[in-house]
Design a protein around this ligand. Structure first.
Ligand SMILES: Nc1nc2c(ncn2[C@@H]2O[C@H](COP(=O)(O)OP(=O)(O)OP(=O)(O)O)[C@@H](O)[C@H]2O)c(=O)[nH]1
Length: 454
């Protein structure tokens, strides 16, 4: 008797499986091939039994009870393997599965629905579920057939890969001193990492939330530049870059380079901006120091010979093109060897430095002075002919002559001047000024000689 009942149970269970599979099939691959009922069942049964061993198939009733679950489905859903609906212990499905009852109510199949199920402790299964309404015997929909695919391993793999890539990114951004930020364009909300906070010198209570909060941290002079750039958001994938200055609450200003990119939703609507901030203050300072050193003489802080030659070339080009006059003043300190010999080289250096400052104070903005070599200096006087250069030379000579150099007293200089002339090369002009200076030395020093009056 018992075995007859169990055979009957088995048959009704097989029929349920068969219907479930048919409905799933119909919902996702089209109607099954029509065959005489008996034959179809006979052919299908062994395959079904086999399929349900490996496939994760389950059937839910309208109340969310599990009417049937294949061994694989039980495993994925974390159900007691021994409990069966027939013995009155219909296993309760995990809460996440209950939502699939809706398929019975709406009558609409669901394809590839992602569902994460906690199966005790830390363990969880990530499932892809196809769900189809399963018409009851009277044609009314009361059951839901579920076919589940286990994606846990794939998810774990991608999650691990993502975590590793995040760690690598974190390491790289930390090593490079980069702050990372994200901006939610929908809610106007920033998320800043700790390095961003450190770059801006902010405490937790000062954390910026909206775009306006961030703009308030910028140097007001740089607002316009930024407004112009952010008014039009970048197109998808386009990278934006801008440099600006911030004012930290501690009063320090920092130079920042920001790079960001836009991230869209699947409809191409802007959703987020992600980017980095880099504190380039030191980089900038170093760069301008290098630039300064490349053009200046370390002892006198005047232009070095290379820089003054570059300026001479530019003046010569302007003279040739636009006939813009210019003149050259070449001068050196009289008997400077004696200064060194009597007071020492360091004192000699100090004389050269102070003399440079005193002369600078009588030059126009458009005149340039450089150290030509040793204690020899050159002044490029713009918009000046030879007579004008002589006037300037005398002003300079007087300025030096009347300067008291500490521990040394006074020193004098001799000057030679020459002006640009048609058909005269730069080299010739320099030689002319040199010859005039030589003449000034010969004529007794502490004087100016014009090349044209040699
Ligand atoms: N302290 C100091 N001395 C320098 C520097 N460059 C050149 N000198 C010195 O300048 C002196 C130039 O000597 P001289 O060429 O004989 O000329 P002078 O003694 O100035 O005599 P005149 O130019 O003929 O009036 C030398 O003693 C050099 O060592 C420098 O950078 N620092």
């Amino acid at each position: 008797m018992a075995s007859e009942e169990s055979r009957a149970d088995k048959e009704s269970s097989n029929q349920l499986i068969r219907r479930a599979l048919e409905e799933l099939d119909r919902a996702f691959t089209g109607p099954p091939v029509a065959e005489p009922e008996d034959q179809q069942l006979r052919l299908a049964l062994p395959a079904l039994v086999l399929a349900t061993e490996v496939a994760a198939i389950a059937v839910l009733d309208g109340q969310g009870g599990i009417v049937f679950a294949s061994p694989q489905a039980r495993k994925l859903l974390g159900l007691d393997q021994t409990a069966t609906p027939e013995d009155g212990h219909a296993p309760a499905p995990p809460a996440e599965i209950l939502a699939f009852r809706l398929v019975a109510i709406t009558g609409t199949p669901l394809s590839d629905a992602r569902c994460e199920i906690a199966v005790g402790g830390e363990e969880r299964h990530v499932l892809s579920i196809n769900a189809a309404p399963l018409p009851g015997d009277g044609g009314d929909t009361a059951l839901v057939a579920l076919a589940m695919t286990d994606l846990t391993e794939q998810y774990d793999y991608y999650e691990r890969a993502l975590r590793e890539s995040e760690q690598r990114l974190k390491l790289a951004t930390e090593a490079a001193g980069l702050g990372v930020w994200e901006y939610d364009a929908i809610t106007d909300t920033y998320h800043w990492d700790e390095r961003m906070m450190a770059i801006y010198g902010l405490e937790e209570s000062q954390r910026p939330v909206t775009y306006r909060d961030w703009v308030a941290l910028l140097d007001p002079e740089h607002h316009d530049r930024l407004e112009a750039l952010t008014r039009r958001e970048p197109t998808y994938g386009e990278r934006r870059e801008v440099e600006f200055r911030i004012q930290r609450p501690d009063g320090r200003t920092r130079d920042i380079r920001a790079v960001w990119q836009r991230i869209d939703d699947e409809h191409g609507r802007i959703q987020r901006l992600v980017g980095i901030n880099e504190d380039i203050t030191e980089q900038r300072e170093l760069h301008s120091e290098l630039e300064y050193r490349a053009a200046h003489d370390p002892l006198t802080d005047l232009f070095n010979r290379a820089k003054i030659q570059q300026l001479l070339r530019a003046a010569q080009a302007a003279y040739i093109r636009h006939h813009t006059p210019f003149a050259v003043l070449l001068f050196d300190v009289d008997h400077f060897k004696q200064v060194n010999d009597r007071f020492g080289h360091a004192t000699g250096d100090a004389v050269l430095w102070l003399m440079a400052r005193r002369i600078e104070s009588v030059l126009r903005e458009t005149d340039h002075m450089g150290r030509w070599g040793g204690e020899e200096f050159l002044i490029l006087a713009s918009q000046t002919d030879e007579a004008g250069a002589e006037v300037l030379a005398e002003r300079i000579r007087h300025q030096v002559e009347t300067t008291a150099f500490e521990g040394v007293g006074t020193v004098t200089i001799s000057l030679g001047v020459a002006a640009a002339e048609p058909g005269t090369s730069l080299e010739s002009l320099e030689q002319r000024a040199d010859r005039a200076l030589y003449a000034a030395k010969h004529r007794g020093r502490n004087r100016t000689v014009r090349y044209s009056q040699l």
